[in-house]
Design a protein around this ligand. Structure first.
Ligand code: SF4
Length: 390
């Protein structure tokens, strides 16, 4: 079986799963499914390439993914690399010269399945290179989504995670321009036995009314909304070319929690965006408590090639690191308050293979010994230990 090394986002994860299955009969092959969202991601990609070559000196090493698109010259020039493959071609058996396969990957390794229903992006956030790497926004038609989920459910998966680059733009290129809410509704209707449906990162202002209704009323949709928030300061949001202001995000969370009080909020936040001063950083810090962000992904800003933000006055690296640490510390405080409040409340936990599991709100939970992976168990935590409910 080919070695497929996956870096970056959940979309890459689901594509790597598909490549693993498609390339099952290719023993002397290493595939690096790379990421270029930050300069750190590119550094990790180069590190993964060197490590893979060291481990398997004789194998054919192909790099695909966003770093192979965006940093083509430098990645291609690495002596360890035998070839590059475009993002758009990586799931095409012809590109690998292998026979097309019918079934999707077996899921014995996973209890949750990532289903990539959307790809690419039509927005132009000033810090982001993803549109360069992934191309224009495009959606998987509903029929194809249902077939993909059907195969995963046949494999015994208990939870499906819908993922994409700009998930809320799903449908924009399909006839009648359906909203993401319609895709979710079709999935819930087609699979009455699907226990758990989770959505990955959402652009808050693009959540359509049907999706909002389903998110706040449908028990099988996990009470966990991860927002592509990026910053808490309006001037920074404008300079990022985001489509929302602080009040929009705050209003959305208020409406979500009014309809579904147990919903857990996650958010992506960038530290040290160009021209960010102390006041803007403070606004970034305070939005964590205001929106009750308990799942926070903090990205230290790094200039990406060809982006408008890379041409703006940059914040000093030491300030970026310091502010990123402050944001992470604030998220940790918010998260601890949330976990403490969950003690004594029964949780529906999907057991993973490492002795822990995920509750519906994505809290991590310590499992009793011998809990079979892939089962859903009800546990009432009595304490918090190292960030886990136990
Ligand atoms: S919405 Fe913005 S941040 Fe997200 S992928 Fe598109 S351009 Fe990048």
């Amino acid at each position: 079986m080919a070695d497929v090394v996956s870096l970056g986002c959940r979309l890459n994860l689901s594509e790597s799963e598909a490549m693993r299955s498609m390339l099952a009969a290719e023993p002397d092959l290493i595939v690096i499914n790379s990421c270029a969202v930050t300069s750190e991601a590119v550094r990790q990609t180069r590190q993964a390439i060197r490590r893979a070559r060291r481990d398997r000196p004789a194998a054919r090493l192909i790099v695909t993914g966003c770093a192979a698109e965006i940093d083509r010259a430098r990645i291609g020039a690495m002596p360890e690399v035998d070839g590059l493959l475009a993002n758009a071609a990586k799931l095409d058996p012809r590109a690998w010269n292998v026979a097309p396969i019918a079934a999707l990957p077996s899921q014995e390794r996973h209890t949750r399945a990532f289903v990539a229903i959307q790809n690419g992006c039509d927005h132009a956030c000033t810090f982001c290179v993803i549109p360069q790497g992934r191309g224009a926004a495009r959606s998987m038609p509903v029929g194809q989504i249902l077939r993909a989920i059907d195969t995963h459910l046949d494999g015994g998966v208990q939870e499906v995670v819908l993922t994409g680059v700009d998930l809320t733009s799903w449908g924009c290129d399909l006839a009648g321009q359906p909203g993401l809410g319609q895709a979710v509704e079709a999935i819930l209707r087609a699979f009455p036995t699907l226990a758990r449906l989770r959505l990955s990162s959402l652009d808050g202002v693009e959540i359509d009314p049907l999706l909002f209704e389903l998110l706040t009323t449908e028990a099988r949709i996990m009470p966990h909304v991860h927002l592509s928030l990026q910053h808490g300061d309006d001037l920074m949001l404008k300079r990022m070319k985001r489509r929302h202001l602080r009040c929009d995000a705050a209003g959305l969370v208020e409406r979500l929690k009014a309809r579904r009080p147990d919903v857990a909020i996650g958010a992506d936040l960038i530290a040290g965006f160009p021209t960010e001063d102390e006041a803007a950083h403070h606004a970034n810090l305070t939005i964590i408590a205001e929106l009750d962000v308990v799942h926070g992904h903090v990205f230290p800003y790094s200039p990406r090639p060809g982006t408008p933000a890379a041409r703006m006055p940059q914040v000093d690296g030491a300030f970026i690191r310091h502010r990123a640490a402050a944001l992470r510390a604030q998220v940790a405080v918010q998260r601890r308050l949330w976990l403490d409040a969950l003690v004594g409340q029964p949780q529906q936990v999907l057991a993973e293979r490492d002795g822990t599991g995920h509750a519906q709100n994505f809290a991590r939970v310590q499992l009793p010994p011998q809990t079979p992976a892939g089962t859903i168990v009800t546990l009432t935590p009595t304490r918090v230990i190292e960030g886990l409910l136990a």
